[in-house]
Design a protein. Sequence first.
Length: 258
Amino acid sequence: MTFQQETLEIRGCKTTLRRGGSGAPLLYLHGASGAAMVQPFMEELAKDHDVLVPEHPGFGSSDEPQWLDNIHDLAYYYLDFLEHLNLRDVTVVGSSIGGWLALEIAVRNLSRIRALSVIAAAGIYVQGLKRGDMFLWNPEERVRNLFVDQTMADRILAMPVAPEQVDLNLKNQWTTARLAWEPRLFDPHLSKWLHRINVPTQVIWGDSDQIFPAGYAAEMAKLIPGATSHVIAQCGHLPQVEKPQEFLRLFRSFTAAI
């Protein structure tokens, strides 16, 4: 499935957008590593949806706006993004920090959102469940701790990295730190407002996630009325990458039922 790349300017911020497929709109919100390329699972989603994959302000080739201070700023930005493109009945899929962002958007305004699918989402804190700390891991650990299948990590680590990509990786890490350094990867106020989400919501997790343990899935689902949770076996922090067929099966079953 072919994706086209364009640049949008919203609130004075130029944002890189990749878009492909046809059908009902689907907004994919990436995690801390950015969205520098179209992934196979995105191409599969584009068989059924008009898939939009923006690089968040502060990430990748998008601008670093002066107004970006926290995750709330990004949430309001994406409400402007949806309005700018006049998107309605959107299914929002978010991974990790992108899942957190999806939740922050949803508690503010659901008028353009049809459903949510959040994957290993940051955003809440669960007492007694020990989390990993990606800010303390070295570059190799950050990659290896994403996967159960270490052959996937080996392939990523073996890929040559161009100098310009090194700069973009540092930019992504800097923006992630701005959004999630303190408190670490959660918003202490988010959990008390998740009851406002009244659209179909699914929560997907890997059973061996080393950043947020799988117990987060059920705890997050409890806070969102009617949400369902699914834990994928032998899977790390990125189910859509490590176990794409299982992720797609769960996602398609979810969207077929709403």
